[in-house]
Design a protein around this ligand. Structure first.
Ligand SMILES: NC(=O)c1ccc[n+]([C@@H]2O[C@H](COP(=O)([O-])OP(=O)(O)OC[C@H]3O[C@@H](n4cnc5c(N)ncnc54)[C@H](O)[C@@H]3O)[C@@H](O)[C@H]2O)c1
Length: 252
């Protein structure tokens, strides 16, 4: 369990959910990890849970460029510049995201600001930090909603995830010669605090699990292995690709 020995990894949105599972697994694989989240208290607790020698918290709001830039500058100053960046933080505004004709512009903008602009800003500052150090690996968290029509009410969310998938391919092509790899991981419906609206509604939950051929919801641990592969040197020839770990959801 030391596939990431010697690497430093920053995971956005890792105070909880998928990001937290990935950061904890990265630490178990030998990396130093930065728990980067807008929830400072939860980020500190998550870092403490992994251990002060292995993890530190960085409080940032990915939708704000100065916040992202100063987090990277602070890490560089502290000798924690990341070799691996997982741009994972995201929001899904259940009850507000809606079919296009009913979708409020403010809800659209709030979703785009975090999921798409925030992912772009994370990539931008990750690339700037990696270029002078000879490269690195960037992994984005995509979604089946960016590939298929997964929910009539998921207009803004789906658009941002499709945008993320495109962003990964473009940035991968642009920086391949500089040895910066960029890939997207697509989890299926995964039971975290993001989706309590679905988890707490037995009918909605059964309907979404019914669309997963392997017949169960995803768990955060389901995406850890592919993230380790893409972050590690095992993934050295993988760039610009999309890796679904979704119980077969996107085959339908
Ligand atoms: N849960 C699912 O079913 C599912 C499926 C496919 C993709 N995803 C994607 O996986 C990623 C993680 O989702 P999750 O289910 O673990 O969600 P989660 O709500 O459990 O965790 C999201 C984390 O992101 C942080 N965050 C939100 N906005 C932020 C911002 N502006 N700046 C910094 N941090 C911010 C939150 O504080 C939280 O810690 C998201 O991009 C989500 O879209 C989730």
């Amino acid at each position: 369990m030391s596939r990431l020995a010697g690497k430093t990894a920053l995971v956005t949105g890792s105070a909880t959910g998928i990001g937290h599972a990935v950061a904890a697994r990265f630490a178990a694989e030998g990396a130093r990890v930065v728990i980067a989240d807008r929830d400072g208290e939860a980020a500190e607790a998550a870092a403490a849970g992994i251990g002060a020698d292995r993890a530190r918290a960085a409080v940032l709001d990915i939708s704000q460029e100065d916040s992202v830039a100063s987090a990277f500058a602070e890490l560089e100053g502290a000798g924690w510049a990341p070799d691996v960046v997982v741009a994972n933080a995201g929001v899904q505004l259940f009850g507000q995201d809606a079919k296009a004709a009913e979708l409020d512009l403010d809800v659209w903008r709030r979703t785009v600001d975090v999921n798409l602009t925030g992912t772009f800003l994370t990539i931008k500052h990750a690339v700037r930090s990696m270029l002078p150090r000879g490269g690195g690996s960037i992994v984005l968290t995509g979604s089946p909603t960016g590939l298929n029509g997964e929910g009539a009410d998921f207009t803004a969310y789906s658009a941002t995830k499709a945008g993320i998938h495109g962003l990964a391919r473009t940035v991968a092509a642009a920086y391949a010669k500089e040895n910066i790899r960029v890939n997207t991981v697509v989890p299926a419906y995964t039971e975290t605090s993001l989706v309590t609206t679905i988890t707490s509604d037995p009918e909605a939950r059964a309907a979404i699990i019914g669309r997963i051929p392997l017949g169960r919801a995803g768990a955060p641990r389901d995406v850890e292995g592919i993230m380790v592969f893409l972050a590690s040197d095992d993934g050295a020839f993988a760039t610009g690709s999309l890796f679904a770990v979704d119980g077969g959801m996107t085959t339908l």
